[in-house]
Ligand binder design. Structure first.
Ligand code: SF4
Ligand code: SF4
Length: 151
């Protein structure tokens, strides 16, 4: 799976995963985006938890013409997709248009990214995200989600 093919498929999809409340990032990840010369479109929730300033439409502010403008330095939360969650043993996959083109190695990389996300990111942002929860859930359910085996 090349990055070129990957971006073509995502472009055709319209960046749907980026319209579900944007992304979360640690301070280090935000600094990486700024150091790479991109504008800071994150809101600080705690000193090590940031969320992209998605506004009422729930669309990530870094999504431009169906493409991520910070793709090379996007946070781990974006890198793990279409893996929805994993505890290291059980992996849940979102069946978006990209899924069928990914190899086992691709999935393994997504799982690795998912496992590197500090748990504090999810807990710190809970209260902030609560008012958007049902709308985000609605959008997430566009694609089927199921457990996958990587053996
Ligand atoms: S990762 Fe999947 S949902 Fe997200 S833009 Fe690509 S094809 Fe669409
Ligand atoms: S940072 Fe990029 S990949 Fe992540 S949600 Fe925003 S537009 Fe999508």
């Amino acid at each position: 799976m090349t990055e070129h093919n990957h971006s073509d498929i995502c472009k055709e999809c319209g960046g749907y995963c980026c319209t579900q409340g944007g992304s979360l990032a640690t301070k280090l990840e935000v600094d990486r985006v700024i150091e790479a010369g991109y504008p800071n479109k994150f809101i600080e929730i705690t000193e090590n938890c940031y969320v992209t300033d998605f506004g009422e439409d729930l669309i990530c502010p870094y999504l431009k013409e169906s493409t991520c403008e910070i793709y090379p330095v996007r946070p781990l939360l974006c890198r793990k997709y279409p893996i929805f969650s994993t505890d290291g043993e059980e992996h849940y996959l979102v069946h978006c248009p990209l899924t069928q083109y990914l190899s086992k190695d691709d999935f393994a990389q997504c799982i690795k990214a998912a496992l590197e996300i500090p748990e504090e990111l999810y807990t710190s942002v809970q209260r902030f995200m609560a008012p958007y929860g049902s709308r985000i859930d609605e959008r997430m359910h566009k694609f089927k989600m199921e457990r996958i085996e990587l053996e």
